[in-house]
Design a protein around this ligand. Structure first.
Ligand code: URA
Length: 432
């Protein structure tokens, strides 16, 4: 400890290790000192593990979140002529909802500042998807973001490095120390960025199931409740939907494939689950932003959301009419027997898409715009032997073998007559 530091990192670690609550001053100091490099990585690792094992109460989590917000800049959208609303998804396979949702909500004079990230692991990143549109640009300055919110009403762009820098450092550390799963740390990580972003209303889509970060519903509910409490305490109108991620959303997983499907939804078509979730989240955002009478289903059907999409893409240099990239090679996975599709496992499909080149293993890796998985069936569909179940897309055909291995056991065709329970997409709604 240097003379000028008010605490010793070891004392803070020991307090949490022994199950005590941390004081506001300890939290403020440890987050700030870690950001400054005074608290070392190995000390923060030990503290993160103590938090994972012993938890934090609501006041500690709120203070930790505030300390992470204070580590960087805060955006301020209060000068805009309309209210703001944002959505955050905890990530899933085929989750392209942000693409149709942002322009759809903008139709109703609500500004949507969707600051997003790139994909890592088996879930895709929104920016990777949009970058498959020729010319589209993810990096905007704060001034460009403000201008686009005023002119178009929706922006999907890269979160600037100034928002919650403590979180960036801590998240990278958690990733390599087995401490990602601590609910206080996940909740404060997500909410520090969303609160610093300055949105007035926030809708959380907390995924549950094999393709999600949270595999079980009880933990997903606890995470949702913690985040809703944090948002509410910070003055952001926050609600959460718990939604199913046991099977992919829609019929595509992969960057350009998902843009194509999103455009189908904006054109009034597309898979029913993508439409249902887009409309459900839009209703929540519009309600939270003071537009309870808006009818998002109508705006999808009559082309108003498509008009907003075209303006949003063009404003960031993209050509909404450009042909999307397609992979050089495809291969089909077919049913081995007659029967009924019982399982199309989200995690298996996510890993297959990733191995085909749609995702990255390290954050500096490139992604293939055309790679991914296209589904031809959903759980409950009747199939005949030889019928295509999936099409795999890649530019690098040597990847097909490993993608097929990922699907082993993830596609189950049961004997004809087996009953398959219908999917419940929205499992619960959580508000303060
Ligand atoms: N996403 C985040 O931003 N932070 C986490 O801790 C987990 C998911």
């Amino acid at each position: 400890m240097t003379v000028s530091e008010p605490f010793d990192a070891v004392d803070v670690i020991v307090a949490k290790r022994d199950g005590h609550r941390l004081s506001d001053a300890q939290i403020d100091w440890v987050v700030d000192a870690y950001t400054r490099g005074v608290v070392a990585d190995e000390q923060m690792s030990a503290l993160a593990m103590a938090i994972l094992l012993n938890g934090m109460d609501r006041a500690e989590i709120a203070r930790w979140t505030a300390a992470m917000i204070a580590s960087g800049e805060r955006l301020d959208f209060s000068s805009l002529s309309r209210p703001t609303a944002d959505k955050h998804s905890t990530g899933g396979v085929g989750d392209k909802i942000t693409l149709p949702l942002a322009p759809l909500v903008a139709v109703f004079d609500v500004a949507v500042p969707q600051l997003s990230g790139r994909g890592l692991g088996h879930t895709g990143g929104t920016l990777d998807k949009l970058e498959s549109i020729p010319g589209w640009r993810a990096a905007l300055s704060n001034e460009e973001t403000m201008r686009q919110l005023e002119d178009v009403g929706a922006v999907i762009c890269q979160a600037g490095s100034g928002l919650a820098p403590a979180d960036r450092k801590l998240y990278a550390l958690r990733d390599v120390t087995g401490t990602v799963e601590a609910i206080p740390l996940i909740a404060s990580s997500i909410m520090s960025k969303k609160i610093a972003e300055g949105t007035g209303a926030l809708v959380l889509d907390v995924k549950v199931g094999s393709g999600a970060f949270m595999k079980d519903e009880a933990r997903a509910r606890e995470l949702a409740q913690t985040m809703v409490a944090l948002g509410t305490d910070a003055g952001v109108t926050t609600v959460a939907l718990l939604t199913d991620m046991s099977t992919p959303l829609g019929l595509t997983a992969g960057n350009a494939l998902e843009v194509r499907e999103s455009v189908e939804v904006l054109a009034g078509g597309g898979p029913s689950d993508v439409v249902e979730l887009t409309v459900a989240l839009a209703r929540e955002m519009l309600d939270a932003a003071g537009r309870p009478d808006a009818d998002p289903a109508a705006a999808l059907a009559d082309g108003r959301a498509m008009d907003a999409w075209r303006r949003m893409i063009a404003a960031q240099g993209g050509d909404p009419d450009a042909t999307l990239p397609v992979a050089r090679e495809t291969e089909q996975v077919v049913a081995e027997s007659d029967g009924v599709v019982q399982t199309v496992d989200a995690y298996a499909v996510g890993i297959a898409a990733w191995r085909l080149g749609a995702g990255r293993a390290r954050k500096e890796d490139p992604v293939q715009a055309g790679a991914g998985v296209e589904l031809h069936v959903r759980p409950g569909d009747t199939v005949r032997a030889g019928q295509p179940l999936l099409t795999l897309h890649t530019d690098t055909p040597e990847r097909f073998g490993r993608a097929r291995e990922a699907l082993d056991g993830g596609l189950v065709v049961a004997p004809a007559g087996t009953s398959v329970a219908p999917r419940r997409l929205v499992l619960d709604r959580i508000e303060a």
